[in-house]
Each structure stands twice: as structure tokens, then as C-alpha cells.
Design a protein around this ligand. Sequence first.
Ligand SMILES: [Zn+2]
Length: 231
Amino acid sequence: MCQPFLFRKMTFGDIPVKITYSKRRTLSMKFDVTGTLVVSAPLHLPETEIRQFMNEKSRWIRTNYVRIQARLEKSMDHKVEEGGKVLYLGEELNVHVGGHGRVKKIGKDIFFPEGSDNESYVRWLKARAKEYLPPRLQSRAWEMGITYRELMITGARSKWGSCSETGKITLSWHLCMCPPEAIDYVIVHELCHRLHMDHSREFWAEVESRMPDYKKHKKWLDDNSYLMDLV
Ligand SMILES: [Zn+2]
């Protein structure tokens, strides 16, 4: 009696593939955070069938591989060291490290004092969030004629924002890495929950009436939700 393979490594063109075998009936696949395509396959399924499955899905594989590579490149550059980059309101700022004093943003450059690290950026970003998000929410709420009870800024990594039954709106400080229009979409979305506490058709119609091009921003946030794990 020989043991079944629990996993096997191969490539699909230049894409690294890891096949994991388990008691399941269907094939499925997804990319892991390192850009490896992980295929889940039933035990004993011949490799030819797995290859055929990948050939059928080659377009999906290519598209997502390119996307994940771009994301990996971006996260590798994203650090607080000379020549690194950090994000602020959707813009990539060039990082400079040296000297003393406070963190300063001048145009597309950001200057960190000697000895700074990613935590210094996080502290700076949190402080920006406290300045940027409350007035933005206030003015949007005023324009829309919607009230809320309070705003809480958190470091949530699972979602950009939320709204409770009692009218407490929560926004993640990670939002300050995103373009202003995307931030506005999250604010509009949460304020619309003051009228509809669900994601019903009526809710989405409300969002659309307040922000006709919301789908574009929603997609941007869905595609870039990894930013919440970046710092
Ligand atoms: Zn919602």
C-alpha cells in the first residue's frame, strides 16, 4: 500500500503551482500571498486531468497572476527606508530617511527622521486619519442630510468601515492609503446604512443615487483590500 501524494509542485508556464490532494470531489484553485497557484484536487486524480483543468482556466490564471505580481511588487517597495515608497491618499510618496524632527510630507516626498521604521509611518498615517476622516464624514453627512452618533477610527483589517444600529460609524485608518474618492465611497456607504441596515437592493439604489459612479470605487477597494494587511 503506498501513501497518496499529499502535495506536489509543478509549474504552469512560468507560474509556480502547488497541488494539494485531499478527500474532495472537485478541483479548485486560488493564488496564495506569495503568488503560487494552489490547486486543490481529489486524491489520486491523474496529473493530466489537472493540467487540462488549468489549460481551460488559463485566462483566469494569467490575469490573476499579473495582478498578484503587481501587488507583490508594490508591497515590496512599500517600506520606510531611503528609496522606499509609502501610500497616502492614493499617492505613492518617495521615502527619505535622515536628520531629526517630525515626519514631513512635501509634495510627493516624505521625510522621516533617522531611526524610523514602518511603525513610524503607521503612527503618521493614524494621525492623518484623525485629521482627515472626521471633517470628511461630517461634511458628507451634512450634504446628504443624514445624521450619525459618533465616529470611531480603528485599525480594522477585515473591513474599511461599518455602521452600527445605534449610528456609530467606524472607519479604518488604513483608508488614508486610498484615493479620496474611494474614501468618500466608504463614507457614503456607511451613511446610507443609516437609512438601510442591510445590503438590499434599496440600499444599493440609495448609494447609487448619492454617488452615481460608486461601482468604480467599490471595485478599487475590493481589488486593493490587501492594503489593510500591508501595515
Ligand atoms: Zn455595508
